[in-house]
Ligand binder design. Sequence first.
Ligand SMILES: CCCCCCC/C=C/C(=O)SCCNC(=O)CCNC(=O)[C@H](O)C(C)(C)COP(=O)(O)OP(=O)(O)OC[C@H]1O[C@@H](n2cnc3c(N)ncnc32)[C@H](O)[C@@H]1OP(=O)(O)O
Ligand SMILES: Cc1cc2nc3c(=O)[nH]c(=O)nc-3n(C[C@H](O)[C@H](O)[C@H](O)COP(=O)(O)OP(=O)(O)OC[C@H]3O[C@@H](n4cnc5c(N)ncnc54)[C@H](O)[C@@H]3O)c2cc1C
Length: 692
Amino acid sequence: MVSYVKIPSHLKPSDPQGPDLLTQERNLASFDVKELTLVLYGIKDLERYHTILKIIENDPVFDKSNIYFMGRNELFEHAIKKEKRLVQLIRENKWKVEELQFAEWFLDMPGPFGAHRGMFIPTLIGQGTKEQKEKFLVPALNYQIIGCYAQTELGHGSNVKGLETTAIYIPETDEFEIHSPYLTASKWWVGGLGKTANHAIVMAQLISNGKNYGPHPFVVQIRDMKTHLPLPSITIGDIGPKFGFNSTDNGFILFEHVRIPRFNMLSKFSQIKKGTGEYINPPNQKLSYGTMVLVRAIIISGVRVTLARAATIAIRYSAVRRQFIDKDEPKKLEDGSIVETSILDYTMQQYRLFPVIAQSYACFFTAKMMVNLYTEYTKQSSSGDYSLLADLHASSSGLKSLTTTMAVDSIEDCRRACGGHGYSSFSGFVKFYQDYLPNTTWEGDNYILTHQTARYLLKTFRQVTSHKNPEIYASQSNKNPTISYILQYLNEPNQKCTAITPSDFNNHEIQLRAFKHRVAFLIANVVDQIDNQKKSWNSMLVEINRISRAHCQYLLVQNFITALHQPSEDESLRMLHNSPALKEVMTSICNLFVLHTMEKDIGDFLESEYLTTPQARLLRIQVYNLLKEIRPNAVSLVDAFLIPDSLLCSALGRYDGKVYETMIDWASKEPLNGMTLDFNPNNDTFIRKAKL
Ligand SMILES: CCCCCCC/C=C/C(=O)SCCNC(=O)CCNC(=O)[C@H](O)C(C)(C)COP(=O)(O)OP(=O)(O)OC[C@H]1O[C@@H](n2cnc3c(N)ncnc32)[C@H](O)[C@@H]1OP(=O)(O)O
Ligand SMILES: Cc1cc2nc3c(=O)[nH]c(=O)nc-3n(C[C@H](O)[C@H](O)[C@H](O)COP(=O)(O)OP(=O)(O)OC[C@H]3O[C@@H](n4cnc5c(N)ncnc54)[C@H](O)[C@@H]3O)c2cc1C
């Protein structure tokens, strides 16, 4: 890239300690960073990581050095080129899902084929029959057709039952007619639809013999395979500029009595019989919403690396950045000279940033739990047993909501913790934040999703408490955390915390009891208000949100603690258990996650009367103690995430700590620096290219 500004050569490094500060930090670690990285990735995935990274970093098509200077059209073109190159690489290297996951992560750009891979293909896999897979999935996997997932409409998103697009069965021709009766029925927001896709999975109200059977998925070809123009009676467009995600062509589509063969209704679970139009019921009414459950689970698995990326930038920058001389504890160099204090040494900075590291590790263990639950469900459902679906839907909804909200809040906290430079695109936060933000809205708005989790919790509470002998559920409490805490609460509704010193709060039994008691107390309260005081659902929505949050925080806490203590077959967990140094640092991180989470929501714990006010003060002191304990390991804990510089794309978070050199180098490449302003008012051009 061209530099438009020549940087004077006389400059000495302004802070000779700068990059060295990171080396000094790394020397403080109490554990082996490589060992922790291995725990996080596992041996096989770490090999994959290095193989794929090398390919991506050495390919000029994936070069990101110009990315912060691109406008919408350039971004889109760049993304299309990347997608095409990625397809070539998939073919050349025969990449499977495992490799592709790394490639997509390193590419770091929402692209026009994202919905094809993330939603179109999974829906065909999950909901198509064998014949439908042959017809649509095989060409989709070969990129001969490119698809998108068209569910949301201009007028309805969350309320899927309220969708207005119809698919009416026409027995005479054995076809469906796809139609958008109102402007508000226009499909909207659909990723890859605006310019790229030639097929769509359209969620539409299935109507046969005059009866509406609710939203079902239909495969609809939308563009001509040769000209790429929209097919007759179909109107398509891009929805315009957005907060972020501008490298993707989110689109809209309207149908005017478009006919498709009956074959195109995805029919693994429910079918329409030829000629009669008879509807065959699915084994579970919500199976047509299956893609959403899968994608929510995938989103939860991705939160760990999002938090890790934000923490890496902010922690490394905070170690390098210095402001003020600490009057009480001035920092002295070996030669006795006094230097400004690294901002990572300020306790407020630690309080803002260390919990983000802890959140990332907490999400790592919960992602494992989510994958296990999903795998178990897939296994059972393949033999017709859908009994785990309700549990899976409840935990994936609530955890998607909690963890993605946590992630966007933490990216912003980390950005602000970098002061003014955090506001520059060169920080690596701006595009990253903009592109991540829709995770709180898509696949279910984060507030709406908590209703689903709460419904399940209230139902379970009512079921257990209405039984003459609730203990009959005890045998299920090992597998079902909700039943476990409800039973504990029923047995001991006035449980009290036994901590008398700050360090007592490191006791994992005390921590678990606190979270169990709090969530059961909150559920009991909501049940009482709805069932006995006859409060409406709407009047309880804030409490509904609170119980989903409390439940999911408990899941995160429980999964972390279990991972530290329970013997496991899991390769990563065995490595963790076998290393005393790793176990020690992970225990501190776990304690910080648990106690910081409690402290943030201390009102709930006090209200449930598990804690007293003096105990809340002790807890806070223990949070401060943990910050001090973690401080020497902070940089190494983020190094262990192994987020490559090419992905971070951050002047502040680089591994070598060369923050200031990079800031001025990148600024010199700003194209505006290649222009001169022409102030002659009689000229109709105000800006012209400078002669370099
Ligand atoms: C890999 C990354 C790729 C990223 C690309 C992402 C691009 C973005 C794509 C999209 O955003 S696609 C559009 C996604 N849209 C949504 O997620 C819409 C959100 N809304 C819903 O999911 C649902 O409508 C609702 C909010 C869950 C409500 O549904 P409904 O009104 O039908 O249900 P209820 O009456 O509340 O409940 C009925 C019953 O069904 C259960 N249930 C609801 N959903 C599911 C489900 N998905 N799976 C299983 N069960 C479900 C619900 O719990 C109720 O059960 P009971 O309480 O009656 O037992
Ligand atoms: C970048 C991006 C990409 C997307 N990609 C796709 C795609 O590929 N395919 C697709 O089909 N969709 C896609 N979507 C759409 C997305 O799934 C929806 O935006 C999402 O489901 C939320 O629906 P909505 O926008 O209609 O919000 P609304 O449902 O209108 O919600 C608006 C607000 O009202 C509140 N609210 C609504 N109902 C209630 C209630 N009952 N109680 C309390 N509060 C309520 C919500 O909490 C929210 O704050 C995408 C969205 C974005 C931003």
